[in-house]
Design a protein around this ligand. Structure first.
Ligand code: PMP
Length: 419
């Protein structure tokens, strides 16, 4: 057979497999990284952890009343060793770290930071965005008027030489980063890369690492990397105020009703405190007390995360096994092998991602829109697809992966034949 007729035969077979899958009329969704109900059930006791006659913190604060802007001290002490942030530089907030990111960036735009009192919003302001990355980081920053500058990631984290080149521009104010089990690649930054970013020269005196450690405790395997002490790393590199650390229990307890955290150097934690004091009299301490009682100790959090892993690791494995079985050894796609977090990234042939997402939708498998992993929704190679396997059942995730594979093959052979 000539190469063209071989491809033609592959296309026909892929088309048949796709039609067969589509004819099943399934309705599957692997779009957003939401916890499954079984994961939410793990934290059911949270809902009864505070009762009407038992609302005081161990140090005697009535959680029902105003005040306590930093969040309750015992919860900050509990999360301090887990997040590697001294408790007096760690604030516990409301239910969403994304809101804290929006607030911190807005304060910098309006008032400047500890490293530079000139408001970022007074002139052009730009952020470096490692790609593929988290779509909500990009839409938030874009909505605040930042220009978004993409840099690549490799298996060790963001490519620092690219970041450094962009940071020579004084209007580049910082860089997004999901250091562990990144959304959407699952990549964890190495200590060496973190040290390079900490030491990196930057023209802006207050160049900031937006260190979003959303998945720092979300290990899938028993052997796992540890949370890096980025405050210490940056302090040793001479930039103690460079990292702004964000985290939350959104995917630890209840995604819509968790506790968010902000950690930073001594001056920046005072800066955020004084800015937050103007927009809030204090966070939801009742919810924070619930979390404190539910976990009791840092080890309680770690044990809880092992229960999550038992539920979601088989879903990751179902996707990874299907990809390996169906696409392993072909040149049609590569994918990441995360050891934690919520996502797998599939890289397909150049120019096929939007076609695959469309084919999948028509066959009953909802995928995150192509391009969502890049600033402005524009994936220049149109080849990155984010897979979020946590929410459906193992059986449905496996079916969705099979459907996805059918779409990858069909779109790939169409592309290869088109030349
Ligand atoms: N950061 C990253 C990297 C995320 O993936 C998510 C959730 N998808 C968030 C932040 C949102 O966190 P929160 O619920 O605390 O706002």
């Amino acid at each position: 057979m000539s190469p063209t007729s071989e491809l033609q035969a592959e296309l026909e077979s892929a088309s048949g497999a796709y039609e067969e899958f589509a004819s099943r009329g399934l309705k599957l969704d692997i779009t957003r990284g939401k916890p499954a109900s079984a994961q939410l059930d793990l934290a059911a006791d949270l809902l009864t952890a505070v009762t009407p006659d038992d609302v005081m913190t161990p140090s005697g604060v009535d959680t029902r009343n105003y005040g306590g802007l930093d969040g309750i001290v015992e919860l900050r002490e509990l999360f301090s060793p887990l997040l590697k942030i001294p408790s007096n530089q760690l604030l516990a907030g409301g239910n969403a770290s994304l809101t804290l990111m929006a607030q911190a960036l807005t304060f910098a735009l309006m008032h400047g930071t500890v490293g530079d009192s000139r408001p970022w919003g007074q002139g052009p302001h730009k952020l470096i965005c490692p790609v593929p990355g988290y779509d909500r980081h990009f839409t938030l920053a874009e909505s605040l008027g930042f220009e978004l500058l993409s840099i690549p990631m490799d298996s060790q984290g963001p490519v620092v030489a690219e970041a450094q080149r962009l940071a020579e521009d004084e209007t580049v104010k910082g860089m997004w980063l999901v250091p562990m089990y990144s959304n959407p690649t699952g990549i964890t930054i190495t200590e060496e890369r973190a040290k390079e970013l900490a030491a990196m020269p930057a023209a802006a005196p207050d160049f900031t690492l937006l260190w979003d450690n959303a998945y720092g405790l979300h290990h899938l395997r028993d052997e796992h990397p540890e949370v890096l002490d980025i405050l210490d790393i940056c302090t040793k590199a001479g930039h103690p105020e460079r990292p702004w650390i964000f985290a939350s229990t959104s995917k630890i307890t209840h995604a819509g009703a968790g506790v968010s955290f902000f950690g930073a150097g001594p001056e920046t934690s005072d800066w955020i405190r004084s800015n937050l004091a103007k927009i809030s009299i204090g966070p939801d301490k009742v919810n924070q007390l619930r979390h404190l009682r539910f976990f009791s100790t840092p080890e309680g959090v770690e044990e809880h995360m092992r229960q999550h892993a038992k539920i979601i690791a088989p879903k990751f494995d179902a996707v990874l096994d299907t990809l390996e079985r169906e696409l392993g050894g072909t040149d049609l796609a590569q994918w990441t092998h995360p050891d934690g977090g919520y996502f797998i990234t599939l890289t397909t042939l150049e120019g096929t991602a939007d076609r695959i997402v469309k084919l999948a939708a028509e066959a009953g498998v909802k995928l995150t829109p192509a391009g969502a992993t890049h600033p402005y929704g524009l994936d220049p190679h149109n080849n990155v697809i984010r897979i979020a396997p946590t929410m459906p059942t193992v059986e449905d995730v496996e079916l969705a992966a099979q459907g996805l594979v059918a779409c990858v093959k069909l779109a790939s052979y169409e592309k290869l034949l088109a030349g």
